[in-house]
Structures are given as C-alpha cells and as structure tokens.
Design a protein. Sequence first.
Length: 220
Amino acid sequence: MNKEYIVSPSLLATDPMNMGRDIKMLENAGAKWFHVDCMDGSFVPNFSFGYSIVSAINKLSDVTLDVHLMIDKPIRYIDEYVKAGADYLTVHVEADTEENIALTLEKIKSHGIKCGLSIKPKTPVSKIEKFLDKVDLVLVMTVEPGFGGQSFMPDMMGKLKELSDKLAIVNPACHVEVDGGIDVNTAKICKENGANVFVAGSACLKADDKKAFIDAIENN
Ligand code: DX5
Ligand code: ZN
C-alpha cells in the first residue's frame, strides 16, 4: 500500500512568545499536520503543552493536530485533549498497564478521532504488537522522549522496519510515524524502513526555506 508522505512540524520548536506567527508561517509553507508534544514532568523529565494550548492552536488553524501525549496514565486526560481539538491522539505504551492502554485506545476511538500508540527506544516491539490492528498510527521514537534537538538514533531502524512490515500485513492503512532528530537525510533513512509521517522540530523550524524542507521530504 502506497501511503502519502507527511511532515508533521513539531510546535515544540516554535518561539513560545510568537507561536501564532510560527504556526501561520508553517501553514504558508504547506504543513498538513502539526505535531503537539504534551509532557507532564513525570513520564518524561520536562513539561510542555497542556490542553488549553491545544485548544488555542485549534482555533487558530485548520491543520490536522497530531497530539503526542508523553504523560503517565493518559486515560485521565483523554476527554480534555479531545475537547481541545486533537485529530490524532497518541499515547505511550509504557505509560500505563497493558489493560489500561487498551481502555485508553478504546476511549480515544469512542470520541471518533484517530488513535496512536508510541514506543520509546528501549521498549521491545513485543510490548506493542498486540495493539497493531487497533490503532491508526504507530509512533516510533528515534530519540528518548522529552526534549527537542537531540541526535537521531539510527539503531531504531531495525524496530521501525519490523513494525512497518508487521503493519503492512495486519493494518496496512496505519500511519508509521518517526519522531526525534528528523531532517531531510534521516527522513530518507526512515522512509526506506517504512515510515510515512515525519515529525520535525529543530530541523524544520531552523530551515531558511520551510516549504523546500517539507517538499524535500514529502515529494521525494
Ligand atoms: C521529543 C518530542 C519531539 C521533539 C522533536 O520528546 O517528542 O516531537 O519535538 O524535536 P526534534 O525534531 O528537534 O528532534
Ligand atoms: Zn513528539
């Protein structure tokens, strides 16, 4: 199945005092999705966007909101992030028990939006395998979650390939997203290993020509 390639610029890399300006700039550059990182200072050692920011972004823009929850026991906050306007809501398989993750995914889907499941670098594929036919997006972290601007981990490519091969059989329409250290070069490597959605924070926001950056990944 030939999937569309999509760049999802990470709003974590925008200027916090000028986020609205940066959002418009990324829209004008042709961004189809925005990646919104939500961190709780517990699941990861950093804090970022709560649901009030997601709601403000949703009011400003019609771009698809790809919300990445890096929070413990995310089931507690699903209703709020849905209400705020998330289009894709992705939780971490490590963030709760297997039973509760299943309930969390069901809860997301019951709201009629897309659900995603993410896997940290040290987590084996076996942890996520049973959920592959139940999600709309699988997010393979290519850095330890928590901070932008880290180096891409090429040793995640085996896991990416294994997951995308399995998805091609059990859930071919599922998006395969990568996040962390993605630029034009690392996106190419991820594409070769089955990824079709590319989160890009630092590299995208630092690019002088953001349209050319997005085009280089989406149309090559
Ligand atoms: C990290 C976040 C990423 C981050 C990526 O925990 O999940 O989405 O913003 O930033 P870059 O592209 O700079 O690695
Ligand atoms: Zn992210």
